[in-house]
Design a protein around this ligand. Structure first.
Ligand code: GLA
Length: 667
């Protein structure tokens, strides 16, 4: 009896569930019946190349007849217009990825409110049930995010996904285009001279030295440098200092002066001769995201020219860096890239696009700039070119002889050499190169590039690194509602305790302006799809995190807006502050990020970021910021004081935008 009773109860339950919508006068509309081509990946590209599968789907071994299978990261906007009551589905990673490492986080957002989050789901995990009330919701957003591990094996299934509809039918729509005016916030520098750039600069004893005093204003100008140590000399018309640093470790307090017909300026500059380089985060340009494997000597010279002519160098941009692809590529079909890997004595060969490295660095140095290069500890680089395995010492000496000042050392094929994933094996190639570089009689910064493995931020400095990438490639980070740089930035922000003078977390390059697509590296650079507010947020976040500032867009197509983002002296000053602290994330939730960076002069630089889809008023309070009393609040992008406040400060912040502020104690 009892058994029969149980069965009939289940049957009743099933019937009731099935007919409930009908009883409520609702109709079922399947997600797979909507126009799924509206789904986008990354920064708004159509998902079509990412194969949308409508049926059947399998999650955790269970088969579903209907649904939509896609990739992470992907986003679909559905206009409900208040016509639906419920949205339900079973979500998970499709079983077709096997036991691979794919992981996905599913989210459902209704009019800016998160209605469902699956948490991080792994391959082979059973489907999770989602059933949310969407009464009154106008726009529903379905997100499959890559959960921070990139897109590999991320086959995201929305199985049995359906709407319970009582009114207007749901409709998949294009991602709303963001129509933001590209407002230039940075005031133009005046004609009178103003000295920018770091206030403290490290150099090792007895090393070749080159420094161009960053200074805006009309040229010609005349420069002076009081108390410049012996062995260094200043060119009074260009402001370029060259020579050899003194043999003794010592902090030299130099005073720069400059004058032109509109006025004059002064600035203290500490030249710290000692063991520590990169006392402030390095700044410059790197070729990767514009030229990929098409890079040539001529592109590098152009970048150096533009760094001066565009005024970037007047704000402190200094390094002109070659990334991968300057060497021979074994097996390449491109005649320009083939040849002997190395000379008979083992010296590494360049490919024919780099006929004379020494002449190239001399050209760059001639402008008062520094030159950077790339290799890796494995047999080949990420792009398959010859790297430094078993030639580390010889290559480093060659790079120094060529005149390079910066080395990006990229793990890549070293995975085949490392015995295992132990910390010792992760550190080994970097200890080796770090020690070699320290012994050279040239100051070469070491940029560790291994994407954050083994918590590199905990030990990158000890093995001789001056900065280390904390994440995978920013250009391959697709983003969901928030663009990829936000994801990378939010991850990098967690490691704030580890940054200090000489040792910086590196969240990768600044990809704005005209910039190439890392997924289709053969394509020419295109204008970024980031909104104006997103670009201000990008630069603000990087500066508040004391990140190396490397632009990687096309130097030949720098427009006024891009230069306004890259070249705001007060924003850059936050990055270059001598105290060298990385901003701490004091608030970080779904809608808000607050980064607070204590500055050497006792003031506090603060970024108030709005991660939401709509602009809104946002508040900072003194307690959160560790501030007391009256504070003069300055808007750093506009370079103007907002007023004096006490206790709290409220301001309107745009969608994905930022208020970048500096708080000064006021009486
Ligand atoms: C890796 C690095 C990138 C770039 C490429 C070059 O992906 O992370 O920054 O240097 O290699 O192949």
């Amino acid at each position: 009896m009892a058994r029969r009773y149980r069965i009939s109860r289940i049957a009743v339950l099933l019937i009731v569930t099935a007919i409930a919508p009908v009883l409520r006068g609702a109709e079922t509309v399947w997600l797979s019946d909507l126009d799924i081509s509206k789904m986008t990946v990354g920064w708004g590209e159509p998902v079509k190349d990412a194969s949308i599968q409508k049926q059947p789907l399998t999650i955790g071994g269970r088969k579903f007849d209907r649904g939509v299978g896609s990739h992470a990261d992907s986003v679909l906007f559905v206009e409900l217009a208040g016509g639906s009551k419920r949205f339900s589905a079973r979500v998970g990673v499709d079983s077709e990825v096997g036991s691979n490492i794919g992981s996905i986080e599913f989210k459902v957002i209704g009019d800016d409110k998160e209605l469902f989050s699956s948490g991080v789901m792994k391959a082979q995990e059973a489907a999770k049930e989602l059933d949310v009330d969407v009464t009154g919701v106008k726009t529903l957003i379905l997100i499959a995010g890559s959960a921070g591990d990139g897109v590999s094996y991320d086959h995201a299934d929305w199985a049995d996904a359906k709407f319970e509809v009582t009114g207007v039918k749901p409709k998949a729509v294009d991602r709303p285009s963001v129509d933001e005016e590209m407002v230039i916030l940075t005031p133009r520098p005046g004609p009178a001279p103003k000295i920018n750039g770091p206030r403290v600069y490290g150099a090792r004893p007895g090393s070749p030295f080159i420094y161009r005093i960053p200074c805006t204003g009309e040229r010609p100008m005349t420069f002076t440098a009081k108390k410049l140590p012996k062995g260094l000399k200043l060119d009074e018309t260009t402001g370029i200092i060259t020579g050899t640093t003194p043999e003794k470790a010592k902090k030299h307090k130099v005073t720069f002066g400059v004058s032109n017909e509109h006025g004059k300026a002064k600035r203290d500059f500490t030249l710290a001769v000692g063991d520590t380089l990169a006392l402030t985060p390095p700044m410059g340009w790197n070729h990767w995201y514009t030229w990929y494997d098409r890079i040539t000597d001529a592109h590098m010279r152009q970048a150096a020219d533009v760094m001066i002519d565009s005024g970037m160098a007047d704000f402190g941009y200094q390094y002109v860096n070659i990334d991968d692809c300057w060497m021979i590529r074994p097996g390449s079909k491109d005649p320009e890239l083939i040849g002997e890997n190395r000379k008979a004595d083992g010296t590494i060969n360049t490919n024919s696009r780099f006929p004379d490295m020494k002449a190239l660095t001399e050209y760059i140095h001639g402008k008062g700039l520094r030159a950077g290069l790339y290799t890796g500890p494995g047999p080949t680089t990420c792009a398959g070119f010859v790297a430094s395995y078993e030639h580390e010492q010889q290559d480093a000496v060659t790079f120094a002889e060529w005149g390079f000042d910066f080395l990006k050392y990229d793990w890549c094929s070293y995975g085949r050499i490392a015995k295992d994933n132990s910390l010792a094996e992760l550190q080994k190639p970097y200890i080796l190169m770090g020690d070699i570089l320290k012994k050279l009689d040239r100051d070469i910064l070491l940029n560790i590039c291994q994407y954050g493995m083994g918590n590199v931020w905990e030990w990158g400095g000890q093995v001789g690194g001056h900065c280390w990438r904390t994440t995978g490639d920013l250009g391959l980070e697709r983003g969901t509602l928030l663009p990829g740089f936000y994801h990378i930035g939010l991850a990098n922000a967690q490691h704030w305790q580890y940054a200090k003078p000489g040792q910086w977390n590196d969240p990768d390059y600044i990809l704005i302006g005209f910039v190439g697509n890392a997924f289709r590296s053969g394509d020419p650079a295109r204008r970024t799809s980031l909104s104006a507010n997103e670009q201000y947020s990008y630069m603000s976040m990087w500066c508040l995190m004391a990140s190396p500032l490397f632009y990687s867009g096309d130097m030949g197509r720098l427009d006024e807006f891009t230069l306004n983002v890259l070249c705001n002296a007060e924003v850059i000053e936050v990055d270059q502050d001598p105290l060298g602290r990385q901003g701490k994330p004091i608030v970080q939730d779904k809608g808000t990020l607050v980064l607070a960076k204590p500055m050497e002069d006792g003031s506090m630089a603060v970024g108030l970021f709005n991660l939401r889809e709509a602009g809104r008023p946002m508040t900072l309070n003194w307690e959160q910021l560790g501030l007391k009393g009256k504070q003069r609040v300055r808007d750093l992008w506009r370079q103007e004081d907002i007023g004096v406040f006490e206790g709290e400060f409220e301001t309107q912040v745009a969608r994905h935008g930022v208020a970048m502020l500096r708080f000064f104690a006021s009486r």
